[in-house]
Design a binder for this molecule. Structure first.
Ligand SMILES: Nc1ncnc2c1ncn2[C@@H]1O[C@H](COP(=O)(O)OP(=O)(O)OP(=O)(O)O)[C@@H](O)[C@H]1O
Ligand SMILES: [Mg+2]
Length: 310
């Protein structure tokens, strides 16, 4: 089974207003509430491939209960650690139907005590006995040291669990040196952690080699509308697919990660991994909100994927 780890989940409360105005009363026309967080999104994408995953991380309060129930309804196995006295955050997204713009108001998340972190690590390490891959995705909440993913990766890999790391900043800088099986930074995240620009093809290849040289066997750098570069020590391929109409790019990176880990688990070749993951990510961009595509949709997108050796 695949495990996902979400340290800072959230409820996304999306309210639709007609003509959002600051400093005055805005009447809400529609409300949508979704469980969110990067690892949770990966679990949601995996269930579309027919893959049940073990969703781990931290939850608290009524908002946490909502997320647990929502995942259960989707057929995902929640195995979260409960933080006492604090609630999982709510992020408010104000969608203005007139201008088509979204204003986001995101909470930092609850401050995690060392007792809560210890409890999480206990639960996580018992969960590791049930998974062969662990996806560590997203930012760390306040109170969690930036060495956290690095420590988890070292311990998980010592237990024979392959780790996928999709985070940013110092959590990525520390985590990548623990040599996970795969890293998936986007262009900005890779650029920031390596301190180089990733504009030209040569710069992107240079960045890929910097990750490979650490000993990381699989490197995927996603480039938004420009697709993604999929690299191993043997081959570097660039894959891209066109989307007729972009509806929402939210969760595209998570769909990419879910598709990569799922196709690696299924024993697909690296070229097949690149094709399937690109099809899954671009199909996600063609859907509203953070909705993940079905296998049928992915299969039809996979015919549009262009690939090139670099
Ligand atoms: N505008 C787009 N057109 C076509 N494909 C896209 C577009 N945006 C994203 N994708 C696809 O989704 C993949 C992941 O996108 P991106 O590089 O934006 O990830 P990310 O920044 O990690 O996203 P996330 O917000 O989910 O973390 C890309 O590699 C590409 O295949
Ligand atoms: Mg991302």
């Amino acid at each position: 089974m695949i495990g996902t780890l979400t340290m800072n989940p959230a409820i996304d409360r999306t309210v639709t207003v007609d003509g959002f105005r600051l400093g005055t009363l805005n009447r809400v026309r529609k409300v949508r509430v979704d469980a969110s967080g990067k690892g949770i999104n990966v679990s949601k994408a995996l269930i579309r491939f027919g893959e049940q995953s073990l969703a781990m991380g931290l939850l608290g309060g009524m908002t946490g209960q909502f997320i647990e129930q929502d995942l259960q309804n989707d057929g995902i196995l929640p195995a979260f650690t409960w933080i006492k006295g604090q609630s999982t955050r709510t992020n408010v997204k104000v969608f203005d139907a007139e201008s088509g713009s979204t204003t986001e108001i995101n909470e930092p998340g609850p401050e995690i005590s060392s007792a809560n972190l210890q409890a999480l690590r206990r639960d996580l390490f018992s969960g590791l006995g049930r998974v062969s891959y662990l996806v560590c995705s997203g930012s760390l909440p306040p109170g969690v040291p930036d060495t956290f993913y690095a420590d988890v990766i070292r311990e998980a890999q010592a237990k024979g669990v392959h780790c996928i790391l999709d985070t940013s900043g110092s959590a990525l800088a520390r985590g990548m040196h623990a040599v996970p099986t795969l890293v998936k930074p986007n262009r900005e995240e890779a650029s920031q952690v390596l301190g180089v620009d990733l504009r030209s093809e040569a710069q992107i290849i240079e960045a890929v080699h910097r990750f490979l040289d650490i000993g990381i066997p699989y490197v995927v750098i996603s480039l938004g509308p420009d697709g993604a570069v999929f690299a191993t020590g043997e081959s570097i391929v660039w894959a891209q697919a066109s989307v007729d109409m972009i509806r929402s790019t939210a969760g595209c990176g998570d769909a990419l990660v879910a598709a990569v880990v799922w196709s690696l688990c299924s024993g697909k070749s690296w070229l097949e991994v690149a094709r399937f993951a690109t099809a899954a990510a671009t199909a996600t961009a063609s859907l509203d909100g953070t909705i993940f595509p079905t296998m049928d949709m992915i299969n039809s997108f996979s015919q549009r994927v262009c690939m090139k050796n670099m």
